[in-house]
Design a protein around this ligand. Structure first.
Ligand code: ZN
Length: 214
């Protein structure tokens, strides 16, 4: 057990953040913490604090609600993210987007690389850019490498929506927001999404708003 004297500034920050209990405040675009590459996790948080932090990330993700949350989104510059998607969507959406359930998992120091050359373009949003969504063409398949919360190696190939979620969250840890990769002309308010662009694919939006799909 670490003594208070050996605690890192990040541990102090996280301890303070967790003091209130409940969901953590989510940092919005414009905060530099979302634009800095996060520090690789290397034991800056002692095991008990890491466990509590991961629980708080999960609680915050559920409360938002969202299907992924990266530590910088709560102001903590560490390469840690959580993902979980029960995928409560109609069958036609599941088929078009490959949106299959993704069980809860913790990604520590994740990285990904493309598997194949296929790209998939769909609307996505970000808890740090509230109120908006845009189309992002992403690798249809990726190889994910990471550690889990116990330090066990993760090495697996993902496709469909789980691949999208992992790319979005890992990008956060590099200081990249989905808008950096988005088709600018696709940008739509949540209201426009609900009333105009709720089809399983963004083809109608592409024709009406004037952007290209891969
Ligand atoms: Zn995001």
């Amino acid at each position: 057990m670490a003594s208070p004297h050996t605690r890192t500034p990040l541990a102090e920050q996280v301890d303070e953040l967790l003091a209130d209990g409940g969901p953590l405040p989510i940092v919005a675009a414009g905060d530099p913490v979302l634009r800095r590459p996060a520090e690789p996790f290397d034991g800056q948080l002692e095991p008990a604090l890491l466990t509590r932090f991961v629980q708080a990330l999960r609680l915050t993700m559920h409360a938002a609600p969202g299907v992924g949350l990266a530590a910088p989104q709560v102001g903590v510059g560490l390469r840690i993210a959580v993902v979980e998607d029960p995928a409560p969507v109609p069958e036609e959406v599941r088929e078009a987007r490959g949106r299959v359930p993704l069980p809860f998992r913790v990604l520590v120091n994740p990285s990904y690389e493309a598997v194949g050359t296929e790209r998939a373009a769909f609307y996505e949003g970000c808890l740090s850019v509230p109120g908006w969504q845009a189309v992002v063409a992403r690798h249809a398949g990726v190889r994910l490498r990471a550690l889990d919360e116990r330090g066990q190696a993760v090495d697996e190939v993902l496709s469909g929506w789980p691949a999208r979620i992992v790319q979005h969250e890992t990008d956060h840890l590099e200081g990249t927001l989905y808008l950096d990769r988005a088709e600018p002309r696709s940008l739509s308010s949540n209201d426009a999404m609900a009333h105009r662009w709720n089809q399983p694919t963004p083809e109608r939006a592409a024709r009406a708003l004037g952007f290209e799909l891969p």
